[in-house]
Design a protein around this ligand. Structure first.
Ligand code: CTP
Ligand code: CA
Length: 224
C-alpha cells in the first residue's frame, strides 16, 4: 500500500484547473480574445492525473486534447462562464490551479445582431470581468490555491502583491524576459513564490516539465 501511495501520491485528491483564453462577445460573430493556447493548463491536468488526482479542467476555447478517465473537461467560452463553472466545483476540491488567461475586460454591451460598418470611428465600451481567482481566495477554506502571474515590470514585487490580494498559497510567475518562454512557445521560464514570499527561480524548460514542477508543489503541500 505504501508503494502504491508513492506511485500515485495524488490519488483521491480533487484538483480544479482553469486553462486557455476566454472569448468576450462583441456581437454574434466577433469577440475579444488572447493568444493563450491552453497548453500549460492541459499539461498540468495530464501531470496531476498521471499521479492519481481527479481533475476538473475548466477550459476556455482551445485545440488541446486530453484523453484520461481522471480528467473531466468543462468547456466554457467567456470569463463569466468560467467564473460560474469554478464556483460550481470549488467547494468539492482540494486544490485550484488557475492557469487560464482570463480576459480582464469585456464589451459592456454585446450586440444581438452583427454590427454593420456604418460609422467611420467605432468606440467599444468595455467593463471589467470578475476576478475568478480573487473570488475563490475570499471563499477559501481547506483549498490550496495556486495562481499564475504575467508581469513585464517589477515582476517579483507585483507577483507578491497578487499573492496577498488574491489570498494565494503559491504563485507561478511567468517570465517573458526569456525569448523561449510564453504564449505559443513550447517552453516556459517560471519563478515560484509562496505565501511566505520565498522566491524560487526555475530553469527554462518544456511546459510539460514546468507542469511536473507545479504538481510537485501540490504533492509537497500534502506530504510535507
Ligand atoms: N485571473 C482570474 N480571473 C480574472 C483574471 C485573472 O482568475 N478575471 C487569474 C489568472 O488565471 C491568473 C491570475 O489571476 O492565475 C493572475 O492573472 P494576471 O493577468 O497575471 O493578473 P490580474 O489579476 O488580471 O492583473 P493584471 O492583468 O492587471 O496584472
Ligand atoms: Ca489580467
Amino acid at each position: 500500500a505504501a508503494d502504491l501511495e508513492s506511485k500515485l501520491p495524488l490519488k483521491g485528491k480533487k484538483i480544479l484547473i482553469t486553462a486557455g483564453p476566454t472569448y468576450e462577445a462583441i456581437d454574434p460573430v466577433r469577440f475579444i480574445g488572447n493568444h493563450s493556447t491552453g497548453k500549460m493548463g492541459y499539461d498540468i491536468a495530464q501531470s496531476a492525473a498521471n499521479l492519481g488526482a481527479s481533475v476538473i479542467l475548466v477550459s476556455g476555447p482551445s485545440h488541446q486534447k486530453i484523453e484520461n478517465s481522471l480528467v473531466q473537461i468543462v468547456p466554457v467560452v467567456s470569463a463569466q462562464e468560467m467564473y460560474d463553472a469554478c464556483h460550481t466545483y470549488f467547494s468539492d476540491v482540494d486544490v485550484v490551479i488557475a492557469a487560464a488567461a482570463v480576459a480582464d475586460y469585456k464589451p459592456k454591451n454585446s450586440a444581438s445582431h452583427k454590427i454593420k460598418k456604418e460609422v467611420d470611428e467605432f468606440v467599444l465600451e468595455l467593463e471589467k470581468t470578475k476576478d475568478i481567482l480573487s473570488s475563490l481566495g475570499e471563499m477559501k477554506e481547506k483549498q490550496f490555491l495556486i495562481g499564475f502571474a504575467l508581469e513585464t515590470e517589477n515582476e517579483i514585487e507585483n507577483a507578491k502583491l497578487k499573492i496577498q490580494k488574491k489570498n494565494l498559497d503559491l504563485i507561478v510567475l511567468n517570465s517573458l524576459q526569456d525569448e523561449g518562454a510564453g504564449f505559443g512557445k513550447p517552453t516556459n521560464k517560471v519563478t515560484f513564490i509562496d505565501r511566505d514570499f520565498k522566491v524560487e527561480p526555475m530553469e527554462l524548460k518544456s511546459k510539460e516539465a514546468v507542469a511536473d514542477d507545479i504538481v510537485n508543489k501540490v504533492i509537497a503541500h500534502f506530504y510535507e
